[in-house]
Design a protein around this ligand. Structure first.
Ligand SMILES: NC(=O)c1ccc[n+]([C@@H]2O[C@H](COP(=O)([O-])OP(=O)(O)OC[C@H]3O[C@@H](n4cnc5c(N)ncnc54)[C@H](O)[C@@H]3O)[C@@H](O)[C@H]2O)c1
Length: 364
């Protein structure tokens, strides 16, 4: 089963292909966009597992694929990583008529997209995301960035890919923890605008996570469709796109307070963050306790954390978390913006949250 979703951005519109085994068709899919050397940027982990096959497929389609292998991990999304990558791409002779391929998780996608966006004032790129998080979130929508000492994703630009190829078969080599991190973003889509999808996930999410092809393809394609539609309506996050940050204000604060360490990954932060957004909404009388409980029940059923107390090690306190939220990109005019809920599938953005309610929820 393959699904094709269009991100409707006029002359910059592009297709997302989602299916199991799509890597075998990558050559044919990329060929119309490629000219000259085709750099394939990946990290050493993905490189070891899947690069040989991709290079074979691209070579078979007559493409001059040239691998660039970077170290895995968030540290690669840095000025140093950018310098290394840009140097290698320039040495390879990429030009503005060419195509750069990002083959990896969100780190490789964000870094490669940014490099493509600034090299020679903009070179086309394609995404072949290899983590669930990258397939349902980071590869779609054109946000690219590297991290600064002052915070994550602070240096970047919008640069839309020409094509996204999400092969769900690649997810079979991901650890359960990485798979669940991406699943937290899938659940987010079920929570922010589509209660029917949430119900589908309650029934089929465990199947998808257990490796059932059709269920995973549906989960990925549906998530991409939701993100694509929002991005098409609000590419630069002037309004509606901010809803995609559901759980992220809390989540980023938790990640920062735990030192971006192994104690908590991004998806786990989003899962707990969304549960906190739900609890805050209940505390403010906006959402029903039953909806919030149903949401938490699903997180627990698949093995995702849902409370600050689920994070191993010392508990981050409310002051630390509120200070971290104040440094978030989503702060506007000195006020922290929250995505809150009126129930499953009904979200809105507000900066109007009383400090006492916020503290109650962070201390609970
Ligand atoms: N641009 C956006 O809109 C956006 C959205 C969400 C997140 N992000 C960014 O995405 C990044 C996180 O992405 P991620 O979770 O994919 O992290 P990642 O790219 O670091 O990948 C996680 C780990 O999984 C490994 N890996 C990747 N694919 C694999 C596979 N198929 N099998 C086995 N191992 C594999 C990687 O080598 C890495 O060690 C963060 O930097 C975050 O800021 C960007």
């Amino acid at each position: 089963m393959t699904k094709i979703i269009t991100v409707g951005l006029g002359e910059r519109a592009y297709a997302i292909h989602a299916g199991s085994g799509l890597l075998d068709r990558a050559g044919a899919l990329l060929k119309p966009f490629a000219r000259g050397p085709v750099p394939v940027v990946t990290d050493a982990m993905v490189g070891e597992l899947h690069l040989a096959r991709l290079l074979d497929v691209l070579g078979g389609a007559g493409l001059d694929a040239r691998p660039v292998v970077l170290p895995p991990g968030e540290a690669t999304k840095s000025f140093a990583g950018l310098e290394t990558l840009c140097g290698q791409l320039l040495d390879m002779g990429v030009d503005r008529g060419g195509l750069i391929v990002a083959f990896g998780g969100g780190v490789i996608g964000d870094l490669t997209g940014f490099a493509a966006g600034i090299l020679k004032r903009g070179i086309a790129f394609a995404q072949i995301p290899t983590t669930l998080l990258a397939q349902v979130d980071s590869s779609v929508g054109g946000k690219t960035a590297i991290n600064a000492r002052q915070g994550k994703n602070l240096i970047g630009l919008f640069h839309q890919p020409r094509l996204v190829i999400a092969d769900t078969a690649l997810l079979s080599t991901l650890s359960r923890r990485e798979l669940l991190a991406g699943y937290a973003e899938v659940v987010k889509y079920g929570t922010l605008g589509d209660a029917d999808f949430f119900e589908w996930l309650e029934q089929n999410g465990p199947l998808a996570l257990a490796g059932h092809d059709d269920a995973m393809v549906h989960a990925v394609a549906h998530s991409c469709r939701m993100k694509a539609d929002i991005v098409a309506r609000d590419e630069r996050e002037a309004g509606e796109r901010a809803l995609l940050n559901l759980g992220h204000t809390f989540g980023h604060a938790l990640e920062a307070a735990t030192g971006f360490s192994d104690r908590l990954n991004h998806g786990e932060g989003v899962a707990i963050g969304t549960a906190l957004a739900f609890r805050l909404s209940v505390r403010l009388g906006l959402a029903s306790g039953q909806d919030a409980e149903r949401f938490v029940r699903h997180l627990r059923a698949v093995g995702l954390p849902s409370a600050i107390a689920d994070i191993p090690g010392p508990r981050p306190d409310a002051d630390t978390l509120i200070a971290a939220m104040g440094h978030d990109k989503k702060v506007k005019d000195g006020k922290i913006n929250f995505v809150l809920l009126r129930g499953l599938g009904r979200t809105f953005v507000t900066a109007d949250v009383p400090d006492a309610a916020l503290r109650d929820v962070l201390n609970a």
